[in-house]
Design a protein around this ligand. Structure first.
Ligand SMILES: NC(=O)N[C@@H](O)C(=O)O
Ligand code: NI
Length: 159
């Protein structure tokens, strides 16, 4: 089955997580008026202990059409992907259907956008399509099994 990539917007992504960008006016202007602060724009959620960690991911670039073989989720915490280059990337999510991913949805972020997956949101792994492939990732550091994978019998084609 082929999944068509759509533009990423806060509305279409709302049930899966938050989109971080500087659309519109900043919530606060700081630093003697020289910096706009887009304040508290995503929710870090680690209900069963653990703490927030910041890691760097240096990911290989992928190409389209993209073969989606697996989706994963983190039952113990949210996960944010913040590109460290001005490049869009591929964001793949799916609703949960009885403990497995339903039909995936694919979005292309704009340069300068980051995302934060809600805890337990089914998602594809970090998928850069251009640029450096370097991302800051904010997710849960702690004990317990925070990774659930689902491998599709028939991979999807994302394009
Ligand atoms: N496993 C890991 O650290 N990365 C994944 O969670 C991912 O979403 O890329
Ligand atoms: Ni993940």
């Amino acid at each position: 089955m082929t999944i068509r990539i759509q533009p990423l917007t806060a509305d279409v992504f709302a049930s899966f997580g938050e989109v971080l960008d500087t659309a519109g006016a900043p919530d606060k202007v700081i630093n003697q008026g020289l910096c706009g602060r887009y304040h508290d724009r995503a929710t870090l959620d680690f209900p069963e202990g653990g703490r927030a960690g910041i890691s760097l991911f240096q990911a290989e670039l992928r190409a389209l059409p993209y073969r989606l073989e697996m989706m994963e989720r983190h039952p113990l915490g949210s996960q944010a992907f913040l590109p460290m280059s001005m490049d869009g990337f591929l964001v793949i999510v799916a609703p949960d259907e009885d403990g497995r991913p339903g039909t995936p949805r694919a979005f292309a972020s704009r340069p300068g956008q980051g995302i934060n997956f809600h805890r337990s949101t089914w998602h594809g792994v970090l998928t850069p399509l251009s640029g450096s492939g370097l991302f800051a990732v904010i997710d849960r550091i702690g004990d317990g099994d925070n990774l659930q994978e689902h491998w599709f019998k028939k991979p999807y084609t994302i394009e």
